[in-house]
Design a protein around this ligand. Structure first.
Ligand SMILES: [Zn+2]
Length: 439
């Protein structure tokens, strides 16, 4: 009985239990080289002290290394989602969601975010760029995960989104005047100087980057989806201040005029882009602006629309965006605009992030390019190429594994069964094999 218990304990031990300094060797049939977009066989990654020490079939295996043989699988760099809202997700009744948001305390909402962060990591997303949260719950979550208080992806966060009065970022829309806290406490401001001050304030309170609402949106209320909501001068002030402070700028934007203003102002990425036209795409291509299509956001909106779960004010906007988004994405791919990978998780359930890959491929993105978008290209967009995005010596050991060959079947990315973040194994679904427990 006692031996059985001991065996059960041994089987349950994570790979990291071999000791924090024990080298780990990950073996699989294939490895995805995000630099070339090609598969390498066999896949071999040597991990030591949270970093990749060596890769490739010729790598020397360190003495005493723990070998994890993942079999007929593909090793990939930990996925990066460039557009999430990790602090929440919608319930089945939007009215109840409103009541909950008024009643729940900040600590309670932080606790609610913990399983969402965990689900994201377990789906293979070891890094996320969070684009909008209230009350700095995102900053607390980021810091808590960094300190090891909670399990989740590495987070770069924007804190609250910046925008104009009554715009998409203004959560006070549709409420009577005076009901909610001052606009100024929600990232809302008007005029270049006031918005510049908002950038400074967000950075002061923990923002890694700046999110700005350049046009209307689908799920906000009392505005239309495509109108520009900031002037050229306002956008320029935001980008100038953010870039001076070494922060990137992500612009939520659906309509062509708002997108053009944002691109001219020098934002780093356009999010959603439902109504992209040829002129706008050409401007984006010339400026090297990343396009984060968030195809899964539109899919999530469609699901809620079909189930009758959207507030009446948003139904028409959802239909309008859905009618155009797929075509916009196809055109962007055809024109050679830089496509990054972001889902808008939080519009739908966290943990579904991997479904974006198949939607990109359906829109004409080659499978290898979709995998590069979520790895090396997103590492560029986030400014993390020194440490992430490729499986190479010196990079952080963020490694995920999917069964089979994701270039043959992109939906393999929805079957992540192994997740390592900075050398720590957070998920390993292999059936425990008795032969490996003794080593
Ligand atoms: Zn969003």
């Amino acid at each position: 009985m006692r031996n059985l218990l001991l065996l059960a304990l041994l089987l349950a031990l994570p790979a990291s239990a071999a000791g924090p300094h024990t080298p780990v060797v990950l073996k699989a049939a294939r490895l995805f080289d995000a630099r070339t977009g090609k598969l390498v066989s066999p896949g071999l990654v040597v991990v030591q002290d949270g970093k990749i020490a060596a890769t490739g079939a010729s790598a020397a295996l360190p003495e005493g290394a723990q070998v994890l043989d993942l079999g007929d699988a593909t090793l990939l760099p930990g996925f990066i989602d460039a557009h999430t809202h990790i602090t929440g997700e919608p319930g089945e009744d939007w009215r109840q969601d409103v009541i909950d948001s008024f009643q729940r305390t900040i600590p309670e909402r932080t606790l609610e975010a913990l399983p969402l962060a965990r689900a994201t990591l377990m789906a293979g997303f070891t890094t996320i760029r969070n684009l909008g949260a209230s009350d700095f719950v995102d900053v607390g979550l980021r810091n808590g995960i960094r300190r090891g208080l909670a399990v989740g992806p590495r987070i770069l966060t924007a804190t609250t989104g910046l925008g104009s009065t009554g715009g998409h970022c203004d959560s006070g829309n549709s409420w009577r005047k005076g009901l909610l806290a001052e606009e100024s406490s929600r990232g809302i401001a008007n005029g270049p100087d006031a918005l510049r001050a908002k950038v400074r304030e967000n950075i002061k309170y923990g923002a890694d980057l700046i999110k700005v609402c350049a046009t209307g949106g689908v799920l906000s209320r009392n505005e239309d989806v495509d109108s520009p909501q900031l002037t050229q001068a306002e956008l320029e002030a935001i980008v100038d201040e953010a870039h001076a402070r070494k922060r990137k700028v992500a612009a939520h934007a659906h309509g062509a005029e708002g997108i053009k203003r944002a691109v001219r102002a020098g934002v780093d990425s356009i999010e959603h882009g439902s109504f992209l036209d040829d002129e706008t795409l050409e401007l984006m291509r010339r400026n090297g602006t990343y396009y984060v299509p968030t195809a899964l956001a539109l899919q999530g909106v469609k699901e809620r629309l079909d189930k009758g779960l959207l507030p009446p004010e948003t139904v028409k906007k959802a239909q309008a965006a859905l009618a155009r988004h797929r075509e916009s994405l196809r055109k962007a791919v055809g024109r050679g605009v830089r496509i990054a990978f972001g889902t808008d998780a939080g519009v739908f359930a966290h943990g579904r992030n991997g479904e974006e890959f198949a939607l990109l491929v359906e829109a004409g993105v080659p499978a290898a390019q979709a995998l590069r978008a979520a790895t090396i290209i997103n590492a560029e967009l986030l400014g993390l190429t020194d440490s992430l995005g490729v499986l190479e010596p010196g990079k952080l050991a963020d490694v995920v594994a999917v069964p089979g060959d994701p270039l043959q079947d992109i939906r393999r990315t929805q079957q992540v069964f192994f997740v390592m973040k900075e050398g720590v194994v957070h998920r390993d679904d292999r059936a425990p094999a008795p032969a490996t427990t003794g080593r």
